[in-house]
Design a protein around this ligand. Structure first.
Ligand code: SAH
Length: 511
């Protein structure tokens, strides 16, 4: 961010319509370096995790339970924070200059001599229709289009909207119009739109709870009434709406509308979450494991000094690779010091991370369990007699591999480099996830099961355990889940994250 004066700057940033991926690169960059973030109701709060830990986050949305700021107070807040020398992100849903009062805020900044920039966002009118499979314009169907406020008629004697002029546009998209739907329909019909004109309402467009109602000018009020559709929603009027029947692509994804809880550790969850989101799921992240590198790493540092004495190294998780590599680089060495070693891994994700450091695993069993590693060593008939094996891993690592390899004659050194901690949650956070029973809770290891039950137990919410329908990565996790009284909906055939997702997709109709 540039900052020409010792005053701060204000960045009016469009947060996009809701789907986190629809924030612009510039918006993300500014969000990451802001001192203050002022946001409102239509911004997806998930975007806030991009902000710096020390950033001051201020909610000024109208839906706030307690205090809400008037527009003047919001303007003043932006001015005051900028005068304190801070860089302020004013984040608004969609685009700041499309029915967002961004223009008014910019004018107030100009009057106070505060520098500002505008970062456009994808406005809901474009995004929600796209996600509903409705092109805003379409050759031969709609060659003109317009955005209209659906809000202004309430109680107004004379409308600022020239209905005669706009009514004939190919596509009309009304913002803030749900309450006024009957008035809008009437005005359009009076100004020449046929009762058979197709109409769609899209609520919470681009989000996993997107809801679409379609009909015609004649039927839409009844259709909307039937499902009691509430704001925020757009009203899309025009022949383009008919294209939805062919172009629907988002809200017919296999997991669309399913609420799936992911219990993996924070560092490992993203891959699973991404896959589930791509399949349309509403993913609720509830990490049950915090992976923390041990503060005292002197033991592994010592081994790193003597790497040449080792013949094999075994990595049982992605974490062990990452943390070991960090120690290796920290010692001033790099992967060349591993050139004499052979490497064994559990899991293709571990192999993948290893490869990202330029290293290819020499041994990776088809099944991703500790027993399989030992079997694989037996299978390749390599002699481990008097061979030195280093296993950097978790503080709570089991002894299946070390014992198995010792039996084969190896001299095994296990070194703890990280620990798995139980994260702390407030009961409200847990209630938010479980009060409406999730369709599925994923478990990718026994610890995720044990930790989730411990978290729920410590917060006095054991009733949630009974309501869980689990998706387990494999037999060992399943066994733990059964012991803990968790009902399982499915178990992955291939014991990997991909395998878990495949099985969830296969079961998606029943989930
Ligand atoms: N600046 C915003 C619009 C703010 S006006 C933008 O560019 O998108 C608020 C109205 O926008 C809501 O009443 C609703 O009509 C519409 N809206 C905003 N986000 C929406 C979404 N995700 N889905 C459907 N409509 C949305």
């Amino acid at each position: 961010m540039n900052n020409k004066t010792n005053r701060g700057m204000v960045y009016l940033v469009g947060a996009g319509p809701g789907d986190e991926g629809l924030l612009t690169l510039r918006g993300a960059e500014y969000l990451q370096s802001a001192h203050v973030v002022v946001y409102d109701y239509l911004c997806n709060e998930a975007l806030l995790k991009m902000a710096h830990n020390d950033a001051e986050i201020i909610y000024v949305g109208k839906q706030a339970a307690a205090h809400t700021l008037s527009q003047e107070e919001i303007n003043q807040l932006l001015i005051d924070k900028a005068k304190e020398g801070k860089n302020v992100i004013r984040m608004k849903g969609g685009d700041p200059f499309v029915f967002g009062r961004g223009g008014e805020e910019a004018l107030a900044l100009v009057e106070s001599g505060i520098e500002f920039e505008v970062v456009p966002g994808i406005t809901a009118g474009i995004a929600a229709s796209a996600y509903a499979g409705i092109p805003f314009t379409h050759r031969g169907v709609a060659t003109t289009a317009g955005f209209v406020t659906g809000h202004e008629m309430a109680g107004k004697e004379k409308s600022d909207i020239d209905w005669d002029k706009i009514s004939g546009l190919g596509t009309l998209v009304f913002y803030m119009g749900v309450k006024n739907l009957p008035v809008i329909v009437e005005k359009l019909k009076k100004t020449g739109r046929k009762g058979s004109t197709p109409v769609a309402l899209v609520r919470w467009g681009t989000r996993s709870n997107q809801q679409t109602v379609t009909g015609t000018l004649d039927s839409i009020v009844g259709e909307v009434d039937n499902v009691q559709l509430k704001p925020p929603a757009l009203i899309i009027v025009g022949e383009v709406v008919n294209l939805r029947s062919k172009l629907q692509w988002f809200d017919n994804k296999p997991l669309f509308g399913k609420r799936i809880v992911v219990t993996r550790s924070r560092t490992q969850a993203s891959f699973l979450c991404e896959k589930l989101k791509r399949a349309g799921a509403d993913v609720l992240e509830l990490p049950t494991i915090d992976i923390l590198p041990l503060s005292d790493q002197s033991l592994i540092d010592q081994e790193i000094n003597e790497l040449e004495k080792y013949d094999w190294m075994v990595f049982t998780s992605v974490n062990s690779v990452d943390i070991f590599m960090e120690r290796l680089f920290n010692s001033g060495r790099d992967v060349r010091s591993l050139y004499l070693l052979k490497l064994a891994v559990i899991g293709n994700e571990t192999a993948k991370v290893l490869k990202s450091y330029g290293l290819v695993a020499d041994l990776m069993p088809g099944r991703f369990t500790s027993f399989a590693v030992v079997d694989e060593f037996k299978k390749i008939q390599c002699t481990l007699n008097r061979k030195n094996v280093l296993i950097p891993g978790s503080l709570i690592a089991g002894d299946v591999i070390p014992e198995g390899l010792k039996e084969m004659g190896a001299d095994v050194h296990t070194v703890a480099i990280y620990e798995n901690r139980l994260p702390q949650y407030r009961v409200e956070q847990i209630d938010k996830i479980f009060q409406k029973t999730p369709d599925l809770v994923t478990f990718s290891s026994s610890s995720t099961v044990n930790h989730l039950v411990e978290i729920l137990e410590s917060l006095g919410r054991m009733e949630y355990v009974k309501a869980i329908k689990g998706a387990s990565i494999g037999p060992i996790t399943t066994e733990t889940a059964v012991e803990r009284g968790i009902e399982l909906a499915l178990e992955a055939k291939e014991h990997t994250i991909n395998g878990l997702v495949d099985e969830i997709l296969k079961n998606s109709t029943g989930v």
